[in-house]
Design a protein around this ligand. Structure first.
Ligand SMILES: Nc1ncnc2c1ncn2[C@@H]1O[C@H](COP(=O)(O)OP(=O)(O)OP(=O)(O)O)[C@@H](O)[C@H]1O
Length: 231
């Protein structure tokens, strides 16, 4: 099975107070299995919206998002939840972690209600090791720095070994050096695990490190550039 994701004639309209906003307008784009993609563009251009649709956190107004050719609009909400668990990991600018739990508990949290054929604690420890937090298993989230918290968020997003990691401004709240470490962590996971990464960023220097840059403006893709593999 291929893990190709595709937007086919996708539009997303938000209606409120009698005003309709086209967040996305007739988007056609394909993301190939294992790609490392940056989505850039001005504020309000539709970057977060496309990420939400790819991750099935929201539905299209028209058009379809397909996974391995299968249209996600036709999935029941239960099937979508399973689809997300199997295929999608999310990270956000604000981490969305639980401050009163430890790093290890946060990483294990997506597995709490799931039956899985592996040891949950060992899996969570492996993930924390991969992001360089092997000495922080039992630290409370509130005791960690912003960069460490984001690394916990990455470990949590990857704990179920998704085929895609979708990241919305994961370096937005961090200083430049920490942002680079986070970006390099994502890159390493992409290279070593073959997990596709789509990252929304305002930072054009970070975006330059991706294999492909998709540029958005006013709900449309205005440029799509692929480059040589990251050295
Ligand atoms: N829930 C919503 N209700 C109404 N309008 C929305 C909603 N979400 C997004 N929009 C509108 O859709 C457009 C695209 O928003 P989106 O968040 O995708 O942009 P963005 O490129 O991610 O911006 P930023 O870089 O500021 O996060 C904007 O005009 C925004 O105001």
């Amino acid at each position: 099975m291929s893990h190709k994701m595709e937007c086919v004639e996708v539009s997303k309209v938000f209606k409120g107070d009698g005003v309709s906003t086209y967040a996305l307008e007739d988007i056609n784009v394909t993301f190939e299995e294992g790609e490392f993609v940056a989505i850039v563009g001005p504020s309000g251009s539709g970057k977060s919206t496309i990420l939400s649709l790819l991750g099935t956190l929201d539905l299209t107004t028209s058009g379809n998002v397909t996974y391995n050719g299968s249209p996600l609009n036709e999935y029941s909400s239960r099937k979508l939840a399973d689809f997300r668990f199997e295929n999608i990991g999310f990270i956000f600018q604000q981490f969305h972690l639980l401050p009163t739990l430890t790093a290890l508990e946060n990483v294990m949290s997506p597995l709490f209600s799931r039956k899985v054929p592996y040891n949950k604690k060992e899996r969570a420890e492996t993930m924390l090791n991969q992001v360089g937090l092997q000495d922080k298993y039992n630290s409370l989230l509130s005791q960690l720095s912003g960069g460490q918290q984001q690394r916990v968020a990455i470990a949590r997003a990857l704990v179920h070994e998704p085929n895609w990691l979708l990241a919305d401004e994961p370096t937005g709240n961090l200083d430049t050096d920490t942002g680079e470490i986070i970006f390099d962590t994502l890159h390493g996971l992409n290279r070593n695990k073959g997990c596709g990464v789509i990252v929304v960023t305002h930072d054009s220097e970070l975006a330059e490190r991706a294999d492909r840059i998709v540029e958005m403006k006013n709900g449309k893709i205005v440029r799509d550039t692929r480059k040589q593999a990251y050295a």
